[in-house]
Write a protein that binds this ligand. Structure first.
Ligand SMILES: Cc1ncc(COP(=O)(O)O)c(C=O)c1O
Length: 492
């Protein structure tokens, strides 16, 4: 085969060979299934090193243009078949007959709203997660390599539905050290804490049943209620967390199947349930025999004040199902969360878990376990607390500096979020496009209420951006808001 090579060119020789062969394959000059010359043979005929040809072949293989057959050399791949007709993509009749009109989850809607605002230089305080530049990438790469090297075959099998035993033991140990006594077989690993709460809901809630939760609350929980046709009974939140003084009357009136609470640095308000209310809520759950789902999604991210006891730590009768996750304190794409409950409850949840996804990724659990046991997790938490604590302070100071009079916001002692109230009852949904044009976005408060109605409330994530970007973003937000008010656009 003759391939013209320009040895003076800055384009590496292997790229020239790859480009020539790619053109030949795509123009049909080299027919599908035809055999390419062996790398040694082609290297000799072109007067280049064999590695140069191997690199060119590897690039072509990665492009799907050629394939190797063990011991037989490399062959030209057939082009992918294009469908002759456009496949049917309308809703089939059975779908409309069997199901009510579709609803779109709040999480999807917020993702779409964020995507619609995308523009160069936009500063976003809208998302729910931490800062990806702080993920411990190198440590995870090492842990993954070690697991594949030392436990490769076991790690690639399904694994047990309840979770990888050493990880269950490690989680039980961490919780016990935090005052939440737990045995490894009282822990169930789940694919994120969303699955943990979803399993509990599937176990306990039937269409039309009531469940009780803070208002506003985590939109993933609102979506779960909608998907199960459960009615959400809302309990208002103030700076001290859920208004527990209102709960008893609601329990009597609505007989909810469960109470869902985020006691530490609640999403979206950042409020932390005070210790007296924790005891009162638990006492109510016990006396009315209603299970209490405690979602502790960022409990370890405290920057100020002393830790409050977990509801689970106070629980003597098994009322509390404790749920947590590594999504916010470590890496969201691990999709590893867990729940802690008594063994009889756990065995029922385990049966549901099996029907849901068989098991949470065994490989990922082993990597996480390897990462935690070398002591990296605690170090990572210390780093996050330091960075996020600084960012919280920066955002609070910037809000004081730039927000127009009448704006109010919470002062969280941990977590990820500040909850802000716009002056004069302005709708945060209506103001969103103006803020987006000014180069800053947030999560409108309507996403965190069951009725989804516009409100003068919004959530700011202070953990995701470095301090100088936070300063600039809040400056933009304050200026845009002041202008919005002064030009009267708010009243239109
Ligand atoms: C209250 C609450 N719980 C849990 C989660 C995390 O869910 P997962 O563990 O499924 O990533 C979130 C994420 O936003 C949350 O806000």
């Amino acid at each position: 085969m003759r391939i013209p090579l320009n040895r003076e060119s800055t384009l590496p020789l292997y790229k020239q060979i790859q480009g020539f062969l790619q053109d030949q394959i795509q123009s049909g000059g080299l027919a599908p299934k035809s055999r390419l010359p062996a790398s040694r043979e082609l290297a000799t005929s072109l007067g280049v090193g064999r590695l140069t040809v191997i690199n060119a072949y590897e690039e072509l293989e990665a492009q799907g243009l050629i394939y190797g057959m063990r011991g037989n050399g490399m062959f030209v791949a057939s082009p992918p078949e294009m469908p002759g007709e456009i496949p049917v993509d309308d809703a089939p009749t059975w779908l409309e007959r069997q199901l009510p009109p579709p609803w779109v989850s709040s999480s999807q809607q917020l993702d779409e709203l964020i995507a619609s605002a995308a523009r160069p230089g936009l500063i976003s305080f809208a998302e729910g997660g931490g800062d990806s530049s702080l993920f411990p990438l190198g440590d995870f790469r090492t842990a993954l390599r070690l697991v594949l090297r030392d436990q490769g075959r076991e790690a690639l099998a399904y694994g047990e539905s309840s979770g990888y035993k050493p990880l269950l033991a490690t989680i039980a140990q961490i919780l016990t050290a935090q005052g939440i006594p737990a045995l490894p077989d009282q822990v169930l690993i789940t694919s994120g804490s969303q699955q943990a709460v979803g399993l509990v809901m599937r176990l306990l809630v039937r269409p039309g049943d009531a469940v009780l939760a803070e208002s506003p609350t985590h939109m993933g929980f609102i979506d779960l209620c909608r998907s199960l046709n459960a009615s959400l009974i809302e309990v208002p939140v103030d700076e001290q967390g859920m208004r527990v003084d209102l709960v008893e009357a609601l329990l009597r009136r609505h007989h909810p199947r469960l109470i869902y609470t985020v006691p530490n640095f609640q999403n979206p308000t950042g409020a932390c349930l005070n210790s007296q209310r924790r005891r009162q809520l638990l006492a109510l759950a016990e006396s009315y025999q209603v299970p209490l789902v405690e979602d502790d999604f960022v409990g370890d991210l405290r920057y100020r004040g002393a830790a409050q006891p977990a509801l689970k730590a106070l629980d003597r009768g098994g009322a509390v199902i404790y749920v947590s996750t590594f999504s916010k304190m470590l890496i969201p794409s691990l999709r590893i969360g867990f729940l802690v409950t008594t063994r009889p409850v756990l065995s029922r949840l385990l049966a549901l878990k099996h029907t849901s996804d068989v098991a949470t990724s065994n490989l990922t659990q082993r990597v996480l376990e390897a990462y935690i046991t070398v002591g990296r997790y605690q170090a990572c938490l210390r780093r996050l607390r330091h960075s996020f604590g600084q960012r919280r302070n920066t955002m609070l100071a910037a809000l004081s500096r730039y927000m127009p009079p009448g704006t109010r916001w919470t002062t969280p002692s941990g977590g990820l979020f500040i909850w802000l109230q716009l002056p004069g009852g302005l709708s945060a949904d209506a103001f969103f496009p103006t803020a987006g044009k000014a180069g800053v976005i947030y999560a409108p408060g309507s996403f965190f209420f069951y009725d989804g109605c516009p409100r003068p409330l919004l959530r700011l994530n202070f953990a995701r951006q470095p301090p100088e970007i936070i300063e600039e973003g809040i400056n933009r937000l304050g200026s845009a808001l002041s202008e919005y008010i002064s030009t009267g656009r708010a009243n239109r």
